[in-house]
Ligand binder design. Sequence first.
Ligand SMILES: Nc1ncnc2c1ncn2[C@@H]1O[C@H](COP(=O)(O)OP(=O)(O)OP(=O)(O)O)[C@@H](O)[C@H]1O
Length: 296
Amino acid sequence: MLKLKDVSVAYKDKKVLDKLSLTAEQGEVIGLVAPNGTGKTTLFNVIANFLKPNSGTVSFHEKHSYRSEKEEIRIHKQLATFPDQSDLFEELSGIDHLKLYANMWQKTTKHVPSIVEALHMTGYVKKKVRTYSLGMRQRLCFAMMEAADTPMMLMDEVMNGLDLSNVALISQRLNDLKKKEKLIFVASHLLENLDLYADRVLFLKDGKIIHEQHFHGDGDAFIKISLEKEQYQHIKNTYSLPDDYHFIANHLLCIPIKDMVMDSQAEWMNRLLPFNREITIGPLGTIEYYEKYFHS
Ligand SMILES: Nc1ncnc2c1ncn2[C@@H]1O[C@H](COP(=O)(O)OP(=O)(O)OP(=O)(O)O)[C@@H](O)[C@H]1O
């Protein structure tokens, strides 16, 4: 288990993390979502102790923390961070990188061939990295995490530069890793596919986790319809909207139906149908939450 308590980080007078707390368990894949420059990498750097927070604590399994070098080594045996493409050695091959990570964390390379095969890297893994495309490098970075095979993994921008079929492949591999009881954080700007592998998504804003979206279990349902501002104003002026409705990003009206009797739900449908717009019913998705919190 990983626990962050009241973690704050400021660069000079710029507060990036502000008394942030979170708890995460093995077997979870957790998405971390926020616009550029919000603090996702900073949060990962704190978890990995590449950056000391100004205040707050990071602990693992309720007993280990970065209080000594010995403890840090113990934690780092359990934790790998996604390599940056610029960290790759241009003159080494993919297989060299994989062996390096496998040996460093697992003291063996016997699991490497199956990773190469599963990630469809057989055709290029023996060539030097300098010959690789963006997508090939990214797959190598992911494969290095699998070679490290640590119980905890921090993955920043894991889907960067991948085409659709590789996004699907990596999503599947993340699901397989979850089944192996790993705890994985994935910071991503690719919101559409987070629900394929994440158990929950954390929305980071103003230095805090301002919302946690769960995919397993029922999110609160809404009637959702995209409207012009004037149409929304008309509805607002004519009817009494429930307290916790949303008008997301000035276009999506979301009316909660959790506590609404069937007759009222039908009444709302009848009011909205004349607008001749697509109406859906369901919980808010990741993109809708993103627009709700970050649309300016
Ligand atoms: N070493 C540093 N010195 C000063 N400011 C920094 C430093 N590192 C990060 N920042 C600032 O902290 C804020 C958060 O940066 P961070 O890299 O954590 O964001 P991010 O959410 O990971 O962004 P991105 O999605 O672009 O990767 C940014 O405003 C950034 O300019």
